[in-house]
Design a binder for this molecule. Structure first.
Ligand code: AMP
Ligand code: MG
Length: 398
């Protein structure tokens, strides 16, 4: 046995510390401009003001007639109120005149309210005889959408740093922007390691395993809006790992899978000690405890454990929030079953949500990949604080 190199780096950091240390190593990506159709999943790099007001005029929320509310007070099915129709207002083609007492205009959803009117009676609540209508109830000012009720021109509506979800892409379009300033995508290199790890579809011998991590992690990186540089797979040899890592040049981050544990063939940590630096080794979490953070000549490296559940859970709770800048959104649910606590580390058990409660998925081993694909959520059990059935518990949706 060769002696371990000197360990002058933090060990057993908390999940929060690990996340913050990784985020601190990532470069702030530059800015680029993309069209609305390419904006989904990107991060806004500058605030977006409203270029127009919405609604752009005070308009009707319904199809019906626009009139003066005061004319229609007291209208009922038994005693309807009659009004004279003097024209119509369409979306995009407003009524040109002014409406006087006893008059109304036909109006359609989104059409501007004509001068002189302040209320709408929907088409379902009137009888229509061409030049005259009879209102079966009073017209309602509540069915008028005021100009600028959503936003006004010049309002600072969208803040820099906002994640562009589908509704936010819609909002940016409504504000009048065709092109959006967004953060450049992080370029992330991805490498899986292990002599026993094979490309899916190759003939598999006893003790070998298909490379699920590389494909799972690549998919998660793409979900985070990253450009993925696939470095493929390296065997458990320091020279082969060294060569593979050298191919990550130009990336903002290298993500590796495997080889970070205590085994004789786990070389990642010592390679970083020798050629770069280690920022931490081991996180107080399960699954995912052996995770490693370091640097290789200016390139941040996060070494994820090989166990499939471990690598994807560490990605979910540490790498994703660091890459996207988005907090881990935990919500509170009632536990339908107990969840075990660990004395010295946070547990992220896989849970199934049913009827608004979360229950234990059951098989919680780090090698049971189906526990992740079948589960709905990670149930967070803090160090030494077991959860009883009926307790409230924090969960992160998968
Ligand atoms: P390691 O972290 O390298 O000690 O690997 C721990 C466990 O994860 C072992 O059972 C490996 O066979 C398995 N493993 C390692 N890498 C992968 C991978 N890329 N895909 C699926 N399983 C893996
Ligand atoms: Mg290995």
């Amino acid at each position: 046995m060769t002696a371990l190199p000197a360990r002058n780096f933090p060990m057993h950091v908390s999940v929060e510390e690990a996340r913050a240390m990784l985020a601190a190593l990532l470069p702030m990506p530059g800015t680029e401009t993309v069209g609305l159709e390419a904006a989904l999943g990107r991060t806004l790099a500058a605030p977006l003001p409203a270029l127009v007001s919405h609604p752009s005029a005070t308009e009707s929320a319904l199809d019906g007639i626009a009139c003066r509310e005061a004319d229609t007070l007291g209208a009922t099915r038994e005693r309807p109120v009659g009004l004279r129709v003097i024209g119509e207002s369409r979306a995009g083609e407003p009524f040109a005149g002014t409406v006087a007492a006893g008059e109304c205009v036909r109006i359609y959803t989104g059409a501007p309210i004509p001068p002189g009117t302040d209320a709408i009676c929907p088409v379902e609540e009137l009888t229509d005889a061409g030049d005259d209508v009879q209102l079966l109830r009073p017209a309602s000012p509540g069915d008028v959408r005021p100009e600028g009720g959503d936003f006004r021109a010049g309002d600072p509506v969208m803040a820099a740093g906002l994640y562009l979800s589908a509704p936010r892409v819609a909002l940016a379009a409504a504000l009048g922007h065709r092109e959006l300033p967004v953060r450049r995508r992080h370029r992330v290199a991805l490498l899986s390691t292990g002599d026993e790890v094979l490309e899916p579809g190759e003939p598999l011998k006893a003790g070998q395993v298909y490379d699920s991590n590389r494909y799972g992690l690549a998919a998660m990186l793409r979900e985070c809006g990253c450009d993925v540089l696939m470095l493929g797979h390296a065997p458990d040899s320091p020279a082969a790992l060294h060569d593979a890592i050298e191919r990550a040049g130009g990336a903002d981050l290298l993500v590796t899978s495997g080889g970070v544990s205590m085994g004789k063939y786990d070389f990642m940590r010592d390679l970083l000690i020798e050629h770069g630096r280690v920022a931490f080794w081991k996180v107080r979490m399960r699954p995912g405890g052996p995770a490693l953070l370091g640097g290789w000549q200016g390139l941040p490296v996060i070494g994820l454990p090989g166990n499939p559940v471990s690598s994807l859970v560490v990605f979910h709770v540490i790498v994703r929030p660091a890459l996207t800048g988005l907090p881990v959104q935990a919500l509170t649910l009632r536990a339908a079953t107990p969840f075990r606590a660990l004395p010295d580390k946070a547990a992220f058990w896989r849970g199934v949500i049913e009827g608004g409660q979360v229950r234990d998925y059951g098989r919680q081993g780090s090698g049971i990949l189906r526990s992740l694909s079948d589960a709905d959520a990670l149930v967070i059990v803090p160090e030494g604080q077991p959860v009883a059935a009926g307790d409230d518990v924090q969960v992160v949706l998968l």
